[in-house]
Design a protein around this ligand. Structure first.
Ligand code: GLV
Ligand code: MN
Ligand code: MN
Length: 406
């Protein structure tokens, strides 16, 4: 039973247009106008097929074909990073939709449902996999107000504005009932260089890296750039510069695939002729081994503090997000490998350095993920791309696996 590959590609191209940064990659943040337009697009497709669409209090969407109870959950996300690519997340969502359409086109029943996890990227609130963390109880009522955007607006306020959470109704149990869920699946682009370099067609994910995000703020003495002698300054930007170098060194010395990234820096007040009074930056630390990740987090914490005390500036460190390394179901991995072999597909089992909502569900149900190659391993940038034949092959493999894993 073939999917309609061209229809999938057309949908992805249409959805690429829904962005806040035309010509500069895709920026489709959660709970914004662009997000709403992508949701409307999904609703229109679902409507054509008579699929039922439900949105929960966090903005997670579930789409069910008429007879489906959703024992197989296929899902991904529609939000992006700033100036991100056209495939991260939405490819898995539209491929799931395409699988459901293919079953319907062929008059075949399926018990699968499509899940769109809200705010996966953490672009708005700084914490990844927000929707699935609520679904699995890692987040609850308190997080509705502790999660805040850059302007200080809470997640709760965003949800109320969108109409997902009704005012005074934050005692909702956000958790998903897994009692009738058999498995959770996600198709995604690899986002790294391995598959493209090795000429692989399908990746089967073994372990999703754990991650820990620190938000470090150095506060010193803001002052005039010209009138303040170099001696005696308490410049948080210089502390940041030193920290950036030692953090990279700490990850390199940790080895074993540990990675650490400073992706966001905000100098305040931010003038070319002003010594900033504070510099706030994030450090994203990941690996497939929680002990190693935690060890590196602690090393970075103490290095950051040591730099501050030597330079006589203040240092506060906030733990912005964390998630454990999560292995997928061995049974799902083996069955995916069997299917790939049967189909003569060039595959390999590999870890994922990127995090994914389906990993959050893995402790509650059998879960697994499929990768397709990313050209030159680029992702979270406008250049993110995958050959159309690989996109179509991945979606077909997803649909075939749903059928095979009965
Ligand atoms: C999400 O894409 C992440 O891995 O940060
Ligand atoms: Mn993603
Ligand atoms: Mn992403």
């Amino acid at each position: 039973m073939k999917i309609n590959g061209q229809r999938l590609i057309d949908d992805l191209k249409n959805l690429r247009e829904i962005t806040a940064t035309p010509g500069q990659g895709v920026t489709r943040f959660s709970y914004t106008e662009e997000d709403r337009r992508a949701r409307d697009y999904l609703a229109r497709v679902a409507d054509v097929y008579g699929f039922r669409m439900e949105t929960d209090a966090i903005g997670n969407i579930r789409i069910y074909p008429p007879e489906s109870k959703g024992s197989t959950i296929i899902g991904s996300h529609i939000d992006t990073v700033r100036n991100g690519g056209w495939l991260d997340g939405i490819y898995g969502v539209m491929s799931g939709m395409e699988a459901l359409r293919a079953f319907a086109d062929h008059g075949a029943q399926t018990d699968a449902a499509l899940m769109v996890y809200a705010e996966e990227e953490g672009s708005v609130f700084g914490s990844t996999m927000t929707g699935s963390k609520f679904l699995t109880g890692k987040y609850g009522k308190a997080d509705l107000t502790t999660l805040k955007d850059e302007q200080g607006a809470t997640l709760k306020e965003h949800l109320e504005t969108c109409g997902y959470l009704s005012a005074g109704n934050d005692n909702t149990d956000f958790r998903m009932d897994f009692s009738s869920v058999r498995c959770a699946l996600e198709l995604h682009i690899e986002q790294g260089p391995v598959m493209d370099a090795e000429g692989l067609q399908i990746g089967i994910v073994d372990t999703v890296f754990g991650m820990h995000v620190l938000e470090i703020t150095y506060s010193g003495l803001g002052n005039h750039a010209g009138a303040s002698p170099m001696i005696g300054r308490r410049n948080p930007m210089s502390a940041f510069g030193e920290a950036a170098v030692v953090i990279e060194k700490a990850a390199l010395e940790a080895g074993h695939g540990v990675v650490a990234t400073i992706g966001k820096v905000v100098a305040s007040p931010g003038g070319s002729n002003v010594i900033p009074d504070s510099v706030r930056f994030t450090v994203d630390i990941r690996s497939n081994d929680d002990a190693r990740t935690n060890e590196t987090v602690e090393t970075i914490r103490s290095l950051a503090k040591e730099i501050a005390s030597r330079r006589n500036i203040d240092c506060t460190i906030r733990d912005a997000a964390d998630s454990s390394a999560i292995p997928f179901s061995r049974n799902v991995i083996d069955r995916m490998a069997e299917l790939a072999e049967e189909q003569g597909i060039n595959y390999r089992v590999m870890d994922s350095g990127a995090v994914h909502d389906t990993a959050m569900l893995a402790p509650y149900t059998e879960a697994g993920m499929i990768f397709v190659p990313s050209i030159n391993g680029r992702s979270h940038v406008p250049e993110e791309n995958t050959r159309e034949e690989d996109l179509i092959r991945g979606a077909q493999f997803l649909k075939d696996f749903i059928e095979a894993f009965k």
